[in-house]
Design a protein. Structure first.
Length: 329
């Protein structure tokens, strides 16, 4: 509610407010907003100047240290999108229960009513071109060199990884591919809004399509390989897209090298999402690899070898959530 209705942003930008004032700022209903404010204050997410006055007189404010997390989608610490993720994970649960009983996959979720969280937007815009790719010297040099490099961003989602790469490397062109027409439409709009439409294009394409166009200097797959029903086919298609001396860069979940129990927090988070979302989404394909979110390095290397790559390099890119790999023909 706070993210989708703009309640967080209205408090952060407009300052302290009563429930009546915040409802007026956001075009919402006071009684609902009052309950939301009281919940957030009781939970420590918001502060209340004085709890003693009556419900309509209390003034609520957002502590400054909470603003990046709740109200600044450009900050790498932004987390309010997780509310949208939680709603989307919960909505198909009756179908997931039936899938556990009978197999198959739940029906795909529509875009609305709550929309989708752009959970990697700030990370891509702040880190992809300034920290992550520059930490891969061979890739960084090619993206800065002549002739201008061509990049294919496979499973590009709403386009922020493609836009971030084009923004950081002004010579390159980027083609973003995704299977979902809704996210491709959103990505196209984002490219236009950021002034990148001339160098960034998006298309609805299956990552496992063996007829994808070739001659790309770099093919990227960011936090998406574990969500693909046929990752070997996708990697085989990515290999076929490469120009001479090109490479594939993959980022996926940072989990332990081997299964452990009890496991550290990253593995727990990966399994939590895998049970309710990542695994069910691919179980409808009779040839699915059924990877799940806990994509371990040896599994990825096995997929790469089966796809015809000669070498898989685990890269020293520092990030607490993702591991980075470079695949070479």
């Amino acid at each position: 509610m706070g993210e989708r209705l703009g309640l967080y942003r209205a408090l952060a930008e407009g300052g302290p407010a009563t429930s009546t004032e915040l409802a007026a700022r956001t075009g919402t209903v006071e009684r609902y907003v009052r309950e939301w404010l009281e919940h957030h204050a009781a939970s420590g997410l918001l502060a209340v100047d004085d709890p003693a006055p009556g419900p309509l007189e209390r003034r609520y404010r957002m502590p400054p240290e909470h603003v990046p997390v709740l109200a600044d989608p450009d900050h790498v610490g932004y987390q309010a999108y997780r509310g949208v993720e939680a709603v989307r994970a919960a909505r198909p649960m009756p179908d997931v229960v039936e899938a556990f009983r009978h197999g198959g996959a739940p029906p795909p979720l529509s875009w609305e009513p709550e929309g989708r969280a752009e959970f990697n937007r700030a990370l891509f815009l702040n880190l992809l071109g300034s920290r992550w790719l520059p930490a891969i010297p061979e890739v960084d040099r090619r993206l800065r060199a002549e002739p201008p490099a061509r990049v294919a961003d496979v499973a590009c989602g709403t386009g922020w990884s493609s836009i971030a790469m084009a923004g950081a490397y002004p010579k390159i062109t980027v083609d973003g591919f995704d299977l979902d027409p809704d996210v491709v439409a959103a990505a196209t709009q984002h490219a236009a809004e950021t002034g990148m439409a001339g160098r960034v294009r998006f298309a609805v394409v299956d990552a496992a399509d063996p007829d994808l166009p070739g001659a790309y200097d770099l093919v990227t797959i960011f936090e998406a390989l574990h969500d693909m029903a046929r990752p070997v086919d996708a990697l085989r298609a990515a290999r076929a897209m490469l120009a001479e001396d090109g490479s594939v860069v993959i980022a996926d979940e940072r989990v332990e090298d081997e299964f452990t129990a009890p496991a550290p927090d990253p593995d727990r988070r990966a399994y939590g999402w895998s049970v309710v979302s990542c695994l069910p989404s691919v179980m409808g394909d009779p040839e699915t690899a059924a990877t799940g979110a806990a994509l371990r390095p040896a599994t990825l290397a096995g997929y790469a070898e089966a796809a015809g790559f000669g070498r898989t390099e685990a890269l020293g890119v520092e990030d607490e959530d993702w591991r980075f790999y470079r695949l070479l023909p």
